[in-house]
Design a protein around this ligand. Structure first.
Ligand code: FES
Length: 124
């Protein structure tokens, strides 16, 4: 559950975002509801809009996972485009060097926060 404090949206505790795992949440972004993936890779947290660059599909639309078998890349389960987790850049021939939409994060002693001003919590 997102909590809005000083325009920062708390996502989860640091312990809950383990290496190679991901969290998925819906937020309000630039006028629409979108899915966001939050990952930890090599100790750092990253967030991206969960929308492949090849077609408008979520990266985990077929399989319930985001990382490839090596754990070193994000992989779209639809047709297999592979992305660098730390930049969101495609390293596949398809969409080569294009980037997933990055969502700005911050991590502190309370956990992981979305600090991207384009993002708002969904109004219930
Ligand atoms: S929709 Fe993601 S690789 Fe085709």
């Amino acid at each position: 559950m997102l909590t809005n404090i000083n325009e920062h949206l708390w996502v989860t505790t640091s312990e809950n975002l383990r290496e190679g795992c991901y969290l998925k949440l819906d937020v309000y972004y630039a006028g629409e509801t979108i899915s966001v993936i939050v990952i930890r890779h090599k100790g750092k947290c990253f967030a991206y809009r969960n929308r492949c660059l090849h077609m408008p599909r979520e990266l985990d639309c077929i399989e319930d996972k985001i990382f490839d078998e090596s754990g070193q890349y994000l992989r779209c389960s639809m047709h297999g485009i592979v992305y660098d987790p730390s930049t969101g850049m495609s390293v596949s021939d398809i969409c080569y060097r294009k980037r997933l939409t990055s969502i700005e994060l911050m991590e502190n002693e309370q956990g992981v926060w979305i600090v991207d001003r384009r993002v708002q919590p969904l109004v219930v």
